[in-house]
Design a protein around this ligand. Structure first.
Ligand SMILES: C[S@@+](CC[C@H](N)C(=O)[O-])C[C@H]1O[C@@H](n2cnc3c(N)ncnc32)[C@H](O)[C@@H]1O
Length: 274
C-alpha cells in the first residue's frame, strides 16, 4: 500500500451527524499537541501502553491481516497494528491528525504497510470485503451519533470481519467527572467533545446495528497525565484490581464485535424504542 490522502469527504452529507464540525474541530486545532498532552511523561506513557496491551489481547494475531482503522488520529494504534504485521488503511476525518500520523511513519520499516485516507466514519465508501478487522480506538465516544456510526460500519462488514471499538465507560472510578462532562460538555480542564456511556447502552447500540459483542476488555488511564501525573499509582492499583475481573468498570472499555444480521437503512431491527 502506498501513502495517499484523498479529499473524499462530502461535507454536505451531514444528516445523521449534524454536529460533525464539533466532533473533530478540536482535533484539527490541536493535532500537533495531541500526543504531547496525552501520552508523554510517565503517566501518559503508561496510559498508552495499557491501551496497546488491550489491543494485543483482543487482536492477538495481526500478522498478514487487513485492518481498516477509523479515527486513526496521530497513528498511535496504527503503529502498533503495523508493527504486529497488519496491513492498515488508516482513516480520519481530520487532515491535521493524519499529517502527524504520516510523519510518524515516514522512514520507518512500516511505511509500506500503511495507507491513509481522509474520511469521516459516516462517509466510508470502502468495500470491506477481505478486511479482517475494523478498529476505532477512542473515536465513538467523540461522535454526536455513535449509534448511527455502528449501523453504518456493521452494514459494510462481512460475517468474518471483527469490529473493535472503545468507548468512555460511565460506570468507573471517573463517574463524577464523566457526569460533569455529559452534563456540561466540558471537563475540568478543557472543552471536550466526548460523552460517557454505560456498557448496557453500548450493548443496545450494538444490538440495533446487528452486532454481537464477543469480548470486552477494560483499562485505566490517567486523565490529563501532565497535570494529574501524581495519580498514576492510584490508577495502576485500580488497573490491577479491577480491569481483569470487571472490564466494564474501567474508564475505557474495548469491545470486539461481529455481525450477526443485517439491519435496514434506518438501522431499525424492530427492537422497539431505545
Ligand atoms: C481521541 S482521537 C483518537 C485518535 C486515535 N484513535 C488514538 O486513539 O490516539 C479521536 C479521533 O477521531 C477523529 N474523528 C472525529 N470525528 C470523526 C468522524 N466523524 N470520522 C472519522 N474520524 C473522526 C478525530 O479527528 C480524532 O483523530
Amino acid at each position: 500500500m502506498s501513502f495517499s490522502i484523498g479529499k473524499e469527504m462530502n461535507m454536505g452529507y451531514d444528516q445523521s451527524n449534524h454536529k460533525m464540525n464539533e466532533d473533530f474541530g478540536i482535533y484539527e486545532k490541536t493535532a500537533k499537541q495531541y500526543d504531547q498532552l496525552r501520552f508523554t511523561g510517565q503517566a501518559g506513557i503508561w496510559s498508552h501502553r495499557r491501551q496497546m496491551e488491550v489491543l494485543r489481547r483482543l487482536l492477538p494475531d495481526l500478522q498478514g491481516k487487513k485492518v481498516l482503522e477509523i479515527g486513526a488520529g496521530t497513528g498511535r494504534a496504527t503503529f502498533y497494528l503495523a508493527q504486529a504485521g497488519a496491513q492498515v488503511l488508516a482513516t480520519d476525518i481530520s487532515s491535521e491528525m493524519l499529517d502527524v500520523a504520516k510523519k510518524r511513519f515516514s522512514e520507518t520499516p512500516f511505511e509500506q504497510k500503511i495507507a491513509f485516507r481522509q474520511l469521516s466514519i459516516f462517509d466510508l465508501n470502502i468495500d470491506l470485503t477481505g478486511y479482517d478487522y475494523v478498529v476505532a480506538l477512542n473515536v465513538l465516544s467523540r461522535l454526536s451519533n455513535p449509534e448511527a456510526a455502528l449501523v453504518h460500519i456493521a452494514k459494510k462488514m462481512s460475517p468474518e470481519c471483527r469490529f473493535l471499538f472503545s468507548f468512555n465507560c460511565l460506570s468507573s472510578v471517573l463517574l463524577p467527572s464523566a457526569l460533569i462532562v455529559n452534563i456540561r460538555r466540558k471537563s475540568l480542564f478543557r472543552s471536550v467533545t466526548s460523552r460517557w456511556y454505560t456498557p448496557a447502552r453500548i450493548e443496545r447500540f450494538c444490538k440495533m446495528a446487528g452486532l454481537e459483542v464477543l469480548a470486552w476488555q477494560g483499562n485505566h488511564y490517567v486523565p490529563n497525565p501532565r497535570i494529574l501525573f501524581f495519580t498514576l499509582p492510584l490508577f495502576q492499583v485500580l488497573e490491577r484490581v479491577i480491569s481483569k475481573k470487571f472490564p466494564k468498570w474501567c474508564p475505557s472499555v474495548c469491545a470486539v464485535t461481529r455481525k450477526v444480521h443485517h439491519c435496514n437503512d434506518n438501522g431499525n431491527l424492530g427492537y422497539g424504542p431505545r
